[in-house]
Structures are given as structure tokens and as C-alpha cells.
Ligand binder design. Structure first.
Ligand code: SF4
Ligand code: F3S
Ligand code: FES
Length: 244
């Protein structure tokens, strides 16, 4: 029994297989009956099972943890597995996140972009020895600081902030809010021994913190509600201080 008044949803999906030279981007609309508590994950599976088994989309955890199901829902980057259809109108438009390599239809390769960004920013703890010392990593940390670091570690690399940022549309080398959030996270961590100069070297330019134009789309769309705006401001103050 549906609590959504037995609506028939019209789900329009941007379809395209970049590996098929005969194919071209086009919209296809599917009609399905809305079910109680239906998420877009369930709706897409319904389409794949009963209408078109060639439809490509990504899901792993179905719980907002893995970050693989991000897509444009009515033009807004978000997680499909956490989106209830009852929060949307009867007509829904789905498209893949822009900027990332397209695998096909709604499936994108965020992992490649994220890996490149993580390698570029070296998003791991740098010790004085250069190697990990487990005993040192277990040193005590103030609970409030641990909480602050954990808050930023909740990023699931879904790519929504990248897709929602106009700056990256103009500068493909911009590391995005996801990258700046990671740098803010490691800068906070007393176990990371990189100097202020090291951090300046990594993100103190227009591909980093000075490229951000404070458009704030990142914070609007982050499904984990990370404090991206305040962390970018924090990094910017730190960089400016370091420059003088
Ligand atoms: Fe996704 Fe938020 Fe992380 Fe960006 S910062 S990748 S929107 S969880
Ligand atoms: Fe982009 Fe967010 Fe800055 S949307 S321009 S990273 S504030
Ligand atoms: Fe993992 Fe949506 S399927 S976040």
C-alpha cells in the first residue's frame, strides 16, 4: 500500500554510452508505480528489472556511506540511495554528475578523480620519520580535537561538492571543496608533521584555496553536511598569515 497516493512516477534519465560510436546523449522516460518508502535506488532497480536491463547506475551500500550513487536529481547533485521519491514531484529528471569520467548513463568514475586529487594533495599523515609509527599514531589526543578531525573525516568522496562547484567548471585543476576539506583535516592533526610552508606549497595557489570563489554550492549539496565553508575560510586565513 503506498502512502504516496499511488502516484505514477515519470523518471526521465539522460542515457549515453560513451563507448558506443553510434550512441548519442538522449533522454528516456520510464513510468513506474511509486511504492511505500521508495528511494531512487529502488526506483532505478525497478526500471532495470522491468523496463530496461541495460540501464547503468552505481550503488554499493544503499546507506549514504560509500558515496557511489551520487547523481543529478532534478539538476541537484545528491545521493540517490538517500533520496525518497515522496520528497520529489511525479516527474523526476536524473543525469550523471558532470566533470567525472562517464562510464555510461548514470554511472561515473569518481574514484579516478578522487585518487588523482588524493595523490596530488598527499592526503595521508606525514611523520617526521616519513614512515608510519603505530605507537606514535596511538598517542593521546584531546577528545575535542579528535571530534573535530572526525567531523571532517566523514567525507565519503561522493563528488557532489565537485559537481556543484562553478569554479571547477572553469579550472579543471581546482581541487574542490573535497580536497580543501582534506587539507584542513590533516592541518588540524598534530600527528601530521608538514609545516605551514608545506601546506602553502600544496594548496596556496589558484588550484587550491585561492581558486575558491566562495560560491558555496559545495556546502549546499554536501550530503554529509560537512562545514566546508568554515574550513575553506580557515585554510584561507592560514595561507594569508603564512604569506606575510
Ligand atoms: Fe561528498 Fe561532502 Fe565529501 Fe564533497 S565534501 S565529496 S559533497 S561528502
Ligand atoms: Fe566551489 Fe565551494 Fe569554493 S562551490 S568556489 S569550493 S565555496
Ligand atoms: Fe552508497 Fe548511496 S549507495 S552512498
Amino acid at each position: 500500500m503506498s502512502e504516496e497516493n499511488n502516484r505514477v512516477l515519470k523518471i526521465s534519465i539522460l542515457r549515453f554510452d560513451p563507448n558506443d560510436p553510434e550512441d548519442f546523449p538522449h533522454m528516456e522516460t520510464f513510468e513506474i508505480e511509486e511504492a511505500y518508502g521508495m528511494t531512487l535506488f529502488v526506483a532505478l532497480n525497478e526500471i532495470r528489472e522491468h523496463h530496461d536491463n541495460s540501464l547503468k547506475f552505481d550503488f554499493v551500500c544503499r546507506a549514504g556511506i560509500c558515496g557511489s550513487c551520487s547523481m543529478l536529481v532534478n539538476g541537484k547533485p545528491t545521493l540517490a540511495c538517500r533520496t525518497l521519491t515522496k520528497t520529489l514531484g511525479e516527474s523526476i529528471t536524473l543525469a550523471p554528475l558532470p566533470l567525472f569520467e562517464l562510464i555510461g548513463d548514470l554511472s561515473i568514475y569518481t574514484g579516478k578523480w578522487m585518487r588523482g586529487m588524493n595523490e596530488r594533495l598527499e592526503t595521508w599523515i606525514h611523520t617526521e620519520e616519513g614512515t608510519l609509527n603505530v605507537d606514535k599514531l596511538e598517542e593521546r589526543m584531546e577528545p575535542a580535537l579528535a571530534d573535530e578531525i572526525y567531523e571532517l573525516d566523514r567525507c565519503i568522496e561522493c563528488g557532489c561538492c565537485v559537481a556543484g562547484c562553478g569554479t571547477i567548471q572553469m579550472n579543471k585543476d581546482f581541487v574542490g571543496a573535497v580536497g580543501l576539506n582534506k587539507i584542513a583535516r590533516y592541518h588540524l592533526d598534530p600527528r601530521d608533521k608538514r609545516s605551514e610552508d608545506d601546506y602553502y606549497e600544496i594548496v596556496g595557489d589558484e588550484d587550491g584555496v585561492f581558486g575558491c570563489m566562495t560560491l558555496l554550492g559545495c556546502e549546499d549539496v554536501c550530503p554529509k553536511d560537512l562545514p566546508l565553508q568554515s574550513k575553506i575560510a580557515y585554510l584561507r586565513r592560514m595561507m594569508v598569515k603564512n604569506a606575510y
